[in-house]
Design a binder for this molecule. Structure first.
Ligand SMILES: Nc1nc2c(ncn2[C@@H]2O[C@H](COP(=O)(O)OP(=O)(O)OP(=O)(O)O)[C@@H](O)[C@H]2O)c(=O)[nH]1
Length: 415
């Protein structure tokens, strides 16, 4: 149903943890990252109750696309309700103050956080998808299987990716402890400590868990926290713009025509919203021709108020940094040398992740730590934005470094 009556919202009085927002909408994006099959999807299911593998993923038992699921995290208001039992989680549709389910407790659960899980694939060939997920995360659960030596290749590569995105709120889950002896768990704990000592995760708590059996998941519920600043708001009835929108050429030069439409409805899973703030996964009902959205065609495009979105770039100049060595491939000690990352070369093709967009990029010039890159597809972004750079190694894209946009060539807008 459409409405022309806009809700007046004073954004300055709202915060991601405001009860009136958390009631309906997830406000924190919590990423699950780590090596393939270390238990990312299983931990999301243990907390949210949602099974987010798609049918073909279940058949192959790997995650292929980014998965999303929302969960409300509660704490019992009875001061005698012991930790960690006092923490509970449910799906997004749960009421705000349910009774504590602990027998004879008598307390009432208070909503602490409403999180949206962004479940990343751990397979090494799906690194670009992981990087798109990392761009929207506020905090991270790094899954490390207790029954394998640490680190595995994508444990290192994913941690490097979130370091690039400057994510600091990290909890490490030493998972599958049901499969190992206590002595092995202690041994691996030392390996994990050693692995993270020079990284952004050096002070991250390490929680032993079995996502499959649900053990110590209550501890984890208690650890989940965070919250980002509000930067904008979308209301039912607002006119919005989608950039880059339709891309074409005129007189041999690339041109973009942003799509314009009106918001007819807003949904967070089953919850109908009058307005939505940044954070969590939001469904936006519009008048856009569905054919334009077919096949995920608009993935990576940016939505905002008309005239308020940043420019669209087709060439970017970046200040870049390369990793010391390739992290995402398994190398023996004798191969350590060959895993070093060579300098960027003129005309080489890279994979560039900018926000939730992935595009090819040709290196036009390299001078010291500055490079100019021609993008295969125009991207709505801004100066100062962090980007991830990947290079094809043994037929697969591997993370090699990151950059910051210094300036760019703006694509003219067609009205
Ligand atoms: N024994 C045991 N098995 C687990 C545990 N957690 C996950 N598993 C199993 O490990 C396998 C992989 O788990 P997933 O949750 O799919 O792993 P994932 O990290 O999401 O995998 P990708 O997304 O494909 O990288 C499944 O068969 C799970 O049932 C655990 O704590 N204990």
């Amino acid at each position: 149903m459409t409405t022309d009556k806009k809700i007046e919202v004073d954004i300055s009085t709202l915060h991601p943890l405001s009860p009136e927002i958390m009631k309906n909408q997830a406000t924190i994006n919590l990423g699950t990252i780590g090596h393939v099959a270390h238990g990312k999807t299983t931990v999301v299911k243990a907390i949210s109750g949602v099974q987010i593998k798609f049918r073909n993923e279940l058949i192959r038992n790997i995650t292929i696309k980014l998965g999303y699921a929302n969960a409300k995290i509660y704490k019992c208001d009875n001061p005698d309700c012991p930790r960690p039992d006092c923490y509970k989680s449910f799906g997004s549709g749960k009421e705000d103050n349910p009774p504590c389910p602990r027998p004879n407790c008598g307390g009432t659960l208070q909503l602490l956080r409403h999180v949206s899980f962004v479940d990343c694939p751990g397979h090494d060939i799906l690194m670009a998808t992981m990087l798109n997920g990392a761009a929207v995360m506020d905090a991270v659960l790094l899954l490390i299987a207790g029954n394998e030596p640490c680190p595995q290749p994508q444990t290192s590569e994913h941690l490097a990716a979130i370091e690039i995105m400057k994510l600091k709120d990290i909890i490490i889950l030493q998972n599958k402890i049901d499969l190992i002896r206590e002595s092995s768990a202690k041994e691996q704990y030392k390996q994990i400590k050693n692995f993270v000592q020079d990284t952004i995760a050096k002070d991250a708590p390490i929680i032993p868990t079995s996502a499959q059996l649900g053990c110590t998941i209550d501890n984890l519920r208690g650890g989940v926290a965070g919250g980002s600043l509000l930067q904008g708001i979308l209301r039912v009835g607002d006119e919005i713009e989608i950039r880059p929108g339709d891309v074409g050429t005129k007189e041999g030069r690339i041109r973009c025509t942003p799509l314009r439409t009106k918001i007819l409805s807003l949904m967070a899973e089953e919850n109908k919203l009058d307005f939505a703030i940044p954070g969590g996964l939001i469904g936006i009902g519009t008048k856009i021709d569905p054919a334009l959205c077919r096949g995920n065609h608009l993935v990576g495009h940016v939505i905002g108020a008309v005239g308020k979105l940043p420019d669209i770039f087709i060439e970017i100049e970046i200040n870049y940094f390369l990793l010391r060595r390739l992290l995402g491939v398994r190398v023996s000690e004798t191969q350590q040398q060959t895993s070093s990352i060579s300098a960027l070369e003129k005309n080489e093709i890279l994979l560039v992740n900018i926000g939730s967009t992935t595009t090819g990029g040709r290196v036009l010039t390299v001078r010291g730590d500055l490079a100019k890159i021609q993008l295969q597809n125009p991207v709505c972004t801004e100066v100062g934005e962090k980007i991830a750079l990947s290079r094809k190694v043994q037929d697969h894209w591997r993370l090699i470094g990151w950059g910051e946009i210094k300036r760019g060539t703006v694509v003219p807008i067609e009205k």
